[in-house]
Each structure stands twice: as structure tokens, then as C-alpha cells.
Design a protein around this ligand. Sequence first.
Ligand code: IPE
Ligand code: IPE
Ligand code: MG
Length: 249
Amino acid sequence: MNAPRLDRHRLPHHIAVIMDGNGRWARQRGRPRVFGHRAGSKAVRRVVRACRRLGIEVLSLYAFSAQNWGRPADEVHHLMDLLGEFIIKEWQEIMERGIRVVHIGAIRRVPAEVRSRLKALELASQRNRDMTLVLALSYGGREEIVRGAQRLVSRAAAGKLRPADVDADCFSRALYTAGLPEPELLIRTGGERRISNFLLWQCAYTELFFTDVLWPDFKVADLRAAIIDFQGRSRRFGLTGEQWEERDG
Ligand code: IPE
Ligand code: IPE
Ligand code: MG
């Protein structure tokens, strides 16, 4: 039997990635963890380019979690520096390729210089339409949900929202990801089979793909393999298989 091929007409609109395994990649080479993060930023460039070429509409990358602030200060500094560097180095290509950059997460905690660079890139790229690159930075899914609840509660307290009007759509609009489609495919590299506080609300019906490949080793072929695997899944959203097929026509 022929191996399944990637069907360019049935691509996920939104792919989310938990880029894990940089530290282990470095350790395997007897190098400090930060060496792995630097190699990881090359994988970021590869995957962004590949998704743009394929025509993926939204790519969300988990770059730094709310919990990652608890890592050794050296590592945190280095990760922030890498982010600042990434913005400078990729700026031109992001603009040339029509990529809109947005962040999700509590970036007020990010060092001011990096934060202002990121905001400048978001502003410069806001009218780009060929792909949206979502950077999850200082991001936590629970933190996002709590923040959303706080926003709704304060609107209700101000008499601008009735409790009965709070439904799933209304709640979605109170999240960082307001206006973005939910991811159809979530890829986690590095071998762990967990979500680690990423897009908890948004992943309710997302297809999960776990690979042992460490993030710095993640290649375009691995991305394609994840998409092909996704294309072989049967998504039912709680209905029976028959109902779902009828609905598809
Ligand atoms: C992912 O790689 C990058 C970040 C969390 C910022 P890790 O640094 O978690 O690598 P491992 O899991 O220790 O190998
Ligand atoms: C998830 O990886 C966060 C990012 C990839 C940014 P972690 O390495 O922080 O997750 P755990 O600790 O294995 O759950
Ligand atoms: Mg990790």
C-alpha cells in the first residue's frame, strides 16, 4: 500500500505547537540548556516558513509558559534575549512573507526592551494577511481563563453584561485568542504526552499529535507527517460516525 500523502485541500487552518525538548537536546551533546534553545530558534524559523508555504492560516507557538518564569534566572534571561534577537532577525522576512504576528500571554512580565520590539512588530505586521503567527509568551491556559472570567465579571459588575448572556462564544471573546480559530491540530515534540497549560479552552476538540523528536531536530518532514496523521483522523465532535458523514454529504 502506498504511504498516505499530504492533501493540500484538507489542511488544518490552525496548527499549535508545544516546542519541547531543547534542554534534553543540549544535554545529549554535553552542552548547556541554552545551547538547545538557540538550536530551537532555528527550528522555529523552519516551521514558520514551511507553514507559510503550505498555506496554514494560523500557527501558534508555545514559546514561554507562565510557569517557565520559575526556571533559573540565567535560562530565563537567555530565552528573553533569544526572543528579542528573533524579532530583529526575522522582521524583514515576516514582512516580505505577509505574516501577521500577535502574542498571547502576560507580556507585561517580559523585559521592556523585548516587549517594545514585539509590540512594534505586531503593529508593523497588523495588516499582513498571508498567515498569522501567534507567539504564546508568558502564557498559561488557566491564567488566560481566569483573566477572561475577571473581565466578564467586571463588565457584569458595571451593569454592561447580564450573567445569562455569558455563553461559550462570549467566553471565547474574553480570551487572548478572541477572533482566532481554534486549533485543529496540536503538535508536541520532546516525548511528553501532556498539554502543560497550553490553550486549555481552545483545545477542547483539537487533534493531538505527540512525537519523541526533540524540538531542535524537528524538520519539515516531521511537520508534514503530523499533518498527514491529522488528515487520517476521524473527527466527530461528539456525534456518531454516521451522523458526521451525513453532515459532510
Ligand atoms: C522547551 O524546551 C523550551 C521552553 C520550555 C522554553 P525545554 O527547555 O523544556 O527542554 P526540556 O524539556 O528540558 O528538554
Ligand atoms: C511547555 O514545556 C512550555 C513550552 C514549550 C514553552 P515545559 O517543558 O515547560 O513543560 P513541562 O514542564 O514538561 O510540563
Ligand atoms: Mg520541557
